[in-house]
Design a protein around this ligand. Structure first.
Ligand SMILES: Nc1ncnc2c1ncn2[C@@H]1O[C@H](COP(=O)(O)OP(=O)(O)O)[C@@H](O)[C@H]1O
Ligand SMILES: N[C@@H](CC(=O)OP(=O)(O)O)C(=O)O
Length: 563
């Protein structure tokens, strides 16, 4: 579907589109110009023939035929028709950003400090609520119905939410029904003496359902019109993989229709629950995996074709490594979607592993910002960036990984061997992270997030089963307590990165057990023992980020022999 976009006062401009030139098609010249704009987000610039009129930079967001946002035009040129009141960006605030009444007040101020924005707000559960809910559920399985009301986690959650509404001066009624139902649910778990994955998702959903209700009520109280939404009620359709569901394509249209429809008929800032969805078969509440509110935000950004997706955290952006491992980690100013996705997939907690996909597909920049330090520039994630000076961007650690060394007994040819190995993993629904092969052997690591979502006992028997199947065609060595260290950066400089990294590892006395260069060309991963991993990350960080690499980048070695 295409939409007419009308511009006037622009003298026969040439329109160039940074991405999809075909998105803009002039349908009438002269002073009043009409363009056809295809759905979803496009951006471009429009200049006069000799360039003397400067640039009319415009950004259009267009979903289902509705022109969304036009912005940033110079004074000479006027945009005659625009729906200037449309939603402009999405701002996601994580648990740490809305952990208390004070934090909620600060977040409200922060949102209001951008008067030019008309944001969709996505919130996570307050502070550590999700962890507390999970723990309460686990305890309820064994504690007996009569002890549920005394569970310290339940008391904590009640106190936190009731104190917050009291401090913010909003009615307790906004969450009382949820607190009552939460206790009922825990009673049910206690009675059944079991908690299925489906129940687990319903249980944790109370966190986001309450934080958004409290925040929306507070905004309304201070005179900012806001409307609360449960994601599972507005079209977030997912697979039925409880605790780790995937967003289905139908979500984009449904969410855009609902949020934009409501906004047009009665504008109010949408406050949407992060992390949650609705299983397409079961119609039950699902969750998108831990940290899934980032994915909610990017999904909304793509659905509405918004100008920017902001994810507000408690750190100054994506850092050069996990600050819990090395406090001297520095913010990374720019990242590509590929780098950010790889970083998230290989364990950087700061972003949800799937969250870059919608942003990349919609071509929408993602900004990672610090709600505790809004002035810090944060990290801007876009499709491309200048890599000419880039060597290493970030170091990521994924702990507690299982590694398998599989050596062929040569019962099958090489092709048959590899195919058989991977079909065994496919049949068992286990995904593989890092792979290295030779003619007769293959070393690989198993994605722990897929195993983590299962019960420990199930994990153990699954691993036994994998080994049993593989032993029909190979000699198998199962190695546990390993870590993947991933070097995310410019793999065009892989020789330099490897030279320096291996020098560091050798001087630290660490033996690398496997190495793999990702097909994405932004990642070199290697496997070491869990016990050595953190020290390795610190040593690598010092070598790459605290010493001058410019001479090495320009091809000259420094005189002192250090790399
Ligand atoms: N490379 C990294 N860059 C930034 N933060 C990281 C990184 N690796 C791990 N972290 C951790 O991620 C946390 C932020 O992610 P998260 O807890 O999901 O935020 P939120 O709950 O606010 O969305 C930081 O407090 C930090 O401890
Ligand atoms: N509350 C969920 C979802 C989430 O995204 O949280 P956060 O934004 O605080 O990482 C979790 O803890 O996993």
């Amino acid at each position: 579907m295409a939409t007419a976009l009308h511009l006037c006062g622009v003298k026969t401009p040439y329109l160039s589109c940074s991405k999809r030139a075909s998105c803009f098609q002039p349908i009438r010249g002269q002073r009043n110009l009409h363009y056809l704009v295809s759905p979803l987000s496009v951006s471009g610039s429009c200049t006069s023939p000799n360039g003397s009129h400067g640039q009319l930079a415009l950004r259009v967001s267009c979903v289902a035929g509705k022109v969304g946002v036009l912005e940033k035009h110079d004074s000479e040129h006027q945009v005659s028709e625009q729906i200037a009141t449309d939603l402009t960006c999405v701002m996601k605030f994580g648990g740490s950003s809305v952990a208390s009444a004070d934090r909620m007040r600060e977040v409200a101020e922060l949102i209001l400090s951008f008067p030019e924005e008309r944001p969709v707000i996505v919130l996570s559960a307050m502070g550590k609520t999700t962890n507390k809910l999970l723990l309460a559920g686990e305890k309820a399985v064994t504690c007996g119905v009569s002890n549920v009301s005394d569970l310290e986690e339940l008391t904590f959650i009640k106190d936190l939410h009731l104190c917050t509404v009291d401090e913010l001066g909003v009615e307790r009624s906004v969450i009382e029904k949820h607190l009552f139902e939460l206790e009922q649910l825990l009673n049910g778990i206690a009675m059944m003496k079991e908690m299925t994955l489906r129940t687990k998702d319903y249980l944790v959903s109370f966190g986001e359902c309450m934080s958004t209700r409290v925040f929306a009520a507070y905004l309304n109280k201070i005179g900012v019109k806001a409307r609360q939404y449960d994601a599972f009620e507005i079209g977030f359709i997912t697979t039925d993989d409880f605790t780790n569901a995937d967003i289905l394509e139908a979500t984009y249209l449904a969410v855009a229709k609902r949020l934009r429809g409501d906004w047009i008929s009665d504008p109010a800032i949408p406050i949407v629950t992060g992390f949650l969805g609705k299983g397409w078969k079961s119609c039950a509440v699902t969750t998108l995996g831990r940290g899934g509110s980032d994915l909610t935000a990017t999904t909304i950004g793509k659905a509405l074709g918004l100008r920017e997706i902001q994810v507000w955290k408690d750190v100054d952006g994506v850092l050069t490594c996990d600050p819990n491992i090395y406090p001297k980690a520095e913010p990374v100013p720019y990242l590509t979607f590929d780098e950010a996705a790889e970083l998230a997939y290989f364990g950087a907690q700061v972003l949800h592993p799937q969250s870059m996909r919608p942003a990349r597909e919609g071509g929408i920049p993602v900004r990672v910002k610090n709600s505790y330090n809004p002035k810090a520039p944060g990290t801007l994630i876009t499709g491309t960036r200048d890599m000419s000076e880039a060597v290493l961007t970030s170091i990521v650690l994924k702990r507690n990984v299982t590694m398998l060394d599989i050596v062929s007994t040569r019962m099958l040819g090489q092709f048959g061997f590899l195919a058989k190995v991977f079909s065994i993993f496919e049949d068992l629904g286990i995904s593989v992270d890092v792979v290295a092969t030779s003619e007769v052997s293959i070393s690989l690591t198993l994605d722990p997030s897929k195993l983590w979502s299962r019960e420990l006992i199930q994990q153990a028997s699954e691993l036994d089963h994998v080994v049993e199947e593989l032993e029909k065609i190979a000699v198998v060595n199962l190695l546990q307590n390993r870590s993947i260290i991933s070097l995310i950066g410019n793999v065009q400089r892989s020789s330099l990165i490897l030279e320096k990294a291996f020098h560091v590892l050798r001087t630290s006395g660490v033996n690398v057990q496997m190495i793999s260069q990702g097909a994405s060309k932004v990642n070199i991963s290697f496997i070491v023992n869990d016990s050595e991993a953190e020290e390795c990350v610190r040593a690598l960080h010092s070598a790459f980020f605290e010493s001058d690499l410019t001479e090495l980048v320009s091809g000259r070695k420094s005189g002192n022999g250090s790399v």
